[in-house]
Design a protein around this ligand. Structure first.
Ligand SMILES: CCCCCCCCCC(=O)SCCNC(=O)CCNC(=O)[C@H](O)C(C)(C)COP(=O)(O)OP(=O)(O)OC[C@H]1O[C@@H](n2cnc3c(N)ncnc32)[C@H](O)[C@@H]1OP(=O)(O)O
Length: 160
C-alpha cells in the first residue's frame, strides 16, 4: 500500500475529543482566529487534533490527539510538538482570561513520553498577574500519567 494511502486512512478516523461532563466548549477561533492554524487549526489533520473547553471556574482545558506527523521517538510525540501545544494552550488560556498577550517565556518539562494516537488532556491555570506579566501553568496528562508540565510567562501586547 503506498504511504499516501496509509496517511489518508488515519485522516478518515473520527477521534473522540469530547470533554468532561461539566465542561463547556470554548470557541477559540472566535477569539484569536488564524493564530491557531499552526497547532489546532486542522480538525482532520494527521499532526494535531484538538478541542477547547472551559470549566465552571472558567479555566481552559483541551483534549488533544497527536497523530503520525507529530512523531519524535518511535510511536511517541516530538518534544517540539509538545512544546507547541503548551505554547498555544497556555497562551490561549491568558487570552481567554481577558489578556491579549504574546508568550515571552515558555518552560516545558517533559516527564514521560507521550504516545501517539491517544487522546490526552491539557489543563491550565492563570496563576498570577503582575502588571503586563501573566503567568500560566499547564499540564498534559492522561489518567494518572503526566507527560509534560509547563510554566508560561505571557506579556500583554502594548496598545491592545
Ligand atoms: C496572538 C494570539 C495568540 C493566541 C493563542 C496562541 C498563543 C500563541 C503564543 C505565541 O506563540 S506568541 C509568539 C511567540 N512570542 C513572541 O514572538 C514574542 C516575542 N517577544 C516580544 O514581542 C517582546 O519581547 C514582548 C512583547 C514579549 C516584550 O517586549 P516589550 O518591549 O513589549 O516589553 P518589555 O521588554 O518592556 O517587558 C515588559 C515586562 O515583561 C518582562 N519580560 C518581557 N519578556 C520577557 C521574557 N522573555 N522573559 C522574562 N520576562 C520578560 C520584562 O522584564 C518586563 O518586566 P517588568 O515590567 O517587571 O520590568
Amino acid at each position: 500500500m503506498p504511504n499516501s494511502t496509509v496517511l489518508k486512512a488515519c485522516e478518515q478516523t473520527e477521534i473522540d475529543l469530547s470533554g468532561a461532563a461539566d465542561w463547556v466548549p470554548f470557541d477559540a477561533p472566535a477569539l484569536v482566529g488564524d493564530s491557531l492554524r499552526f497547532v489546532s487549526g486542522d480538525s482532520r489533520g494527521d499532526r494535531f487534533r484538538a478541542r477547547y473547553y472551559r470549566d465552571a471556574e472558567q479555566h481552559l482545558h483541551a483534549r488533544f490527539w497527536l497523530g503520525p506527523e507529530a512523531e519524535g521517538p518511535p510511536g511517541h510525540a516530538h518534544g517540539g510538538a509538545v512544546a507547541a501545544i503548551m505554547d498555544e494552550a497556555l497562551g490561549l488560556a491568558a487570552w481567554a482570561a481577558g489578556y491579549p498577550i504574546v508568550v515571552g517565556n515558555l518552560n516545558v518539562s517533559f516527564r514521560n513520553m507521550l504516545p501517539l494516537r491517544k487522546v490526552v488532556t491539557v489543563e491550565s491555570r492563570v496563576v498570577s498577574v503582575e502588571g503586563r506579566k501573566i503567568m500560566v501553568h499547564g499540564r498534559i496528562f492522561r489518567g494518572e500519567k503526566t507527560f509534560a508540565e509547563a510554566q508560561c510567562l505571557c506579556i500583554t501586547i502594548p496598545g491592545k
